[in-house]
Design a protein around this ligand. Structure first.
Ligand code: MLT
Length: 250
């Protein structure tokens, strides 16, 4: 099937690199290691919603209104769990017995910043490698005119894992649309991301071992998280923003 174009896709390596005073029809925040992988996993495991915060104090204050058995507070800084919180930011903690029926209140170093940057866009999604196909399917169904994929990076810097995920989404989208790069790509970063993905697509875990945040997580004994987040298309779950800062399963 040939889908109507134009859909213009833009990739930004970090929230700081997105243009000011404009937003796309659809924004996809990506933090493969590990915030968006955790959000996808929590919703797949039956969490009622995920609510994101840049600020830890605000998270504590807002979540106070929820019954303790219906809320999980997840706080991560520098890759580690914030003291006093229920979870850090490991997707592997998000098992049905822990999260089903609960709201996950989450604040992480970079991932929640990417979501905050685009939260006024018409449609806001959370993407990761584990739900890449669900993201692509949404784009094919809704066909927004302009799409941004916004990597979280690390404190303002490029990250390999978010860019390779942007490339995975763009690559699959191009295949399904049956179009060429020149038709889809809105900026040079799209070509860059697709090239990275094409080079590493069958060695994503190896790539994570080269990534600075991958190395940080390995120092924190999180190899299992890396292995989990390096898988592609394992969950058919798409977090979509239903009100500012609150994502539910689409
Ligand atoms: C972040 O938001 O920077 C990450 O998700 C950090 C992490 O791996 O916990």
């Amino acid at each position: 099937m040939r889908y109507p174009l134009p859909m213009k896709l833009f990739v930004y390596h970090t929230p700081e690199l997105t243009p000011e005073n404009t937003l796309p029809n659809c924004a996809i925040a990506v933090d493969v290691l590990r915030a968006t992988s955790t959000m996808v996993t929590a919703l797949a495991a039956g969490a009622e919603a995920v609510q994101v915060f840049s600020d830890l104090d605000q998270l504590l204050q807002v979540s106070e209104a929820w019954a303790p058995e219906k809320r999980i507070r997840a706080g991560e800084r520098g890759g580690g769990k914030v003291e006093g919180f229920d979870f850090g930011n490991s997707p592997l903690d998000c098992t049905p017995d822990r999260v089903a029926g609960c709201r996950l209140f989450i604040s992480t170093t970079n991932g929640t910043r990417a979501l905050t940057r685009v939260q006024q866009a018409e449609t806001v999604l959370a993407g990761a490698l584990i739900n890449r196909d669900a993201v692509v399917q949404h784009l094919l169904t809704h066909h927004p005119d302009s799409v941004w994929i916004v990597g979280s990076g690390w404190e303002g810097s490029f990250s390999l894992e978010d860019t390779v995920c942007a490339g995975a989404i763009a690559h699959r989208l191009m295949e399904k649309l049956g179009c060429g790069l020149e038709e889809l790509a809105g900026n040079d970063e799209v070509t860059d991301a697709i090239s990275l993905y094409q080079h590493w697509h069958d060695r994503l875990l190896d790539l994570f071992h080269h990534a600075s945040h991958g190395k940080r997580l390995l120092r924190l004994n999180c190899l299992d998280d890396l292995k989990y987040c390096a898988q592609t298309d394992i969950l058919d779950v798409l977090p979509i923003q239903k009100e500012t800062g609150v994502l539910i399963k689409a």
